[in-house]
Design a protein around this ligand. Structure first.
Ligand SMILES: Nc1nc2c(ncn2[C@@H]2O[C@H](COP(=O)(O)OP(=O)(O)OP(=O)(O)O)[C@@H](O)[C@H]2O)c(=O)[nH]1
Ligand SMILES: [Mg+2]
Length: 357
C-alpha cells in the first residue's frame, strides 16, 4: 500500500518523509524522480507478544510512502508526475501551519485550509480532463453501436463531471460496487483517500491535539475519506535522533504523550481501510495486513497462497487472551481458542493459526 506525500512547495514534505522512513536515497517511480520509503506500523500487540515468545524474528506491518515534488499546475500536466501519483493508494497532504521566513510561498501567510483547497482544485481539474475525454470517447461509440453498458458508463461519467464541475472531489461521492468497479481503472486523483497533515511550528507543540481537533471538527469536518492529523515536524526530526527514553523525556517537556509519527502512521493505516491480524510463536511474531472485514480464508492467503487454497480451519484467539494466559496451552485450557471456518470475519488483533491440508 502506497501513500504519496504531496503538498505545495516548501511545506515540509521531504522532512516528513525522511522522519517517517529514514530513507535518504532518491529512487525512480516510473519516470519521476521521487523517493520511496517503507515504514513499519508501530504495534504494541506485536511488542507484547514478542516479549512472551522471545522469537528470533519480529515482523511489523508496513506502509510505503512516496515523497513527491510539490504539486502545481505544471506538475499535474507532466505525464510522468501524473502516472506516478495515480498508482498511490492514498494521499497525505502536508499543510504548513508553522511560520517561516524561508518559505517563499507567494501568499506567504499561514492558511492551511486555503492551501488545501488550492491543491484540491488541481486534483479536481486533472480528473475533470480525464472524465471529459472519456465522455467524448463513449459518446462517439454510443452513436455507432447500441449498448446499454455504454449508456451506464456515460451516466456515471456525467455524475462525476457534475461533481467535479462543482469543485467537489470524487472521494466525497458514494459509489455502488458496480460503479466502483467501473471507475477503478481511471485512478482518479481526487478520489484517493486523503490524510491532511497539519505541520505545526514548535511554539504550537503544546496545543497539538487542540489544533488537530479544531481543524477536524471545523473546516475538514464531514468530508468522506478524509482524515486529519497534526504533527510538529521540527520536534519529530529531533525525536528521530534520540533513544526512546530521551525521546519520552523530550515529548513530556512539550506536554506531549506520544510521537506524532505514530499517530500519523496509524491514521494512514485506517484511512487505507487496513487492519492487522497476528501470528505468534517461538519462531516469529508477526503482524499481517489485510483489508478491514476480510474473511479468514483471505487472511490465510495473506500468509501464503497455498494456505488459502488448502484452507481447512483457523484457530483464533484474541492477542490479549493469549498474552494473559502465557501462550497456547493456557488459552486451550480455558477454552478460549476458537475454531473458525472460511467465512469468519477476522477482527483487528486476532491471533491466527491456519490449519490447512
Ligand atoms: N519551522 C519549521 N520549518 C520546517 C518544518 N518542516 C520543514 N521546514 C523547513 O521548510 C523548508 C522546506 O522543507 P522540505 O521538507 O524540504 O519541504 P518540501 O515540502 O519537501 O519542499 P519542496 O519539495 O521543495 O516543495 C526547509 O527549510 C525546512 O527546514 C517545520 O516543521 N518547522
Ligand atoms: Mg521535497
Amino acid at each position: 500500500m502506497k501513500t504519496a506525500i504531496i503538498g505545495l512547495p516548501m511545506v515540509g514534505k521531504t522532512s516528513l518523509f525522511t522522519i517517517l522512513t529514514g530513507a535518504h536515497e532518491a529512487a525512480r517511480v516510473g519516470t519521476l524522480e521521487a523517493r520511496v520509503g517503507i515504514t513499519k506500523v508501530p504495534d504494541a500487540r506485536v511488542d507484547a507478544l514478542a516479549k512472551l515468545y522471545q522469537p528470533p524474528k519480529i515482523t511489523y506491518a508496513t506502509v510505503e510512502y512516496l515523497d513527491f515534488p510539490s504539486i502545481s499546475k505544471e506538475a499535474l500536466r507532466d505525464p510522468g508526475y501524473l502516472a506516478s501519483l495515480r498508482v498511490a493508494d492514498a494521499l497525505a497532504q502536508v499543510l504548513r501551519v508553522f511560520e517561516s521566513d524561508t518559505v517563499p510561498h507567494e501568499k506567504g501567510s499561514v492558511d492551511p485550509v486555503r492551501d488545501f483547497e488550492d491543491v484540491e482544485i488541481e486534483l479536481i481539474l486533472s480528473d475533470l480532463v480525464v472524465v471529459e475525454k472519456r465522455m467524448e470517447r463513449v459518446d462517439k461509440d454510443r452513436k455507432k453501436i447500441k449498448n446499454p453498458e455504454l449508456d451506464h458508463e456515460f451516466a456515471l461519467l456525467e455524475r462525476l463531471q457534475a461533481a467535479l464541475g462543482a469543485n467537489q472531489a470524487l472521494r466525497g461521492l458514494e459509489y455502488s460496487a458496480d460503479e466502483e468497479k467501473r471507475i477503478r481503472g481511471f485512478q482518479f486523483l481526487s478520489q484517493k483517500p486523503m490524510l491532511c497533515v497539519l505541520n505545526l511550528g514548535e511554539k504550537d507543540a503544546a496545543r497539538l491535539h487542540e489544533v488537530e481537533e479544531e481543524y477536524r471538527n471545523g473546516p475538514f469536518a464531514g468530508r468522506r475519506n478524509t482524515a486529519v492529523t497534526a504533527i510538529c515536524g521540527q520536534i519529530e526530526a529531533e525525536l528521530a535522533e534520540l533513544g526512546s527514553d530521551e525521546a519520552q523525556e523530550m515529548l513530556a517537556s512539550y506536554g506531549l504523550k506520544e510521537s506524532g509519527m505514530e499517530r500519523l502512521i496509524a491514521a494512514t493505516y485506517l484511512l487505507l481501510g487496513l487492519m492487522s491480524f497476528l501470528t505468534a510463536g517461538e519462531t516469529e511474531v508477526r503482524a499481517w495486513t489485510i483489508p478491514l472485514n476480510s474473511k479468514a480464508v483471505h487472511a490465510a492467503g495473506a500468509i501464503h497462497s497455498d494456505f488459502e487454497k488448502k484452507f481447512i480451519r483457523a484457530e483464533v484467539v484474541n492477542w490479549r487472551a493469549l498474552l494473559d494466559h502465557g501462550g497456547y496451552p493456557g488459552v486451550k485450557e480455558k477454552g478460549l481458542l476458537r475454531l473458525e471456518g472460511k467465512e469468519y470475519i477476522v477482527k483487528d488483533g486476532d491471533v491466527l493459526v491456519i490449519r490447512h491440508s
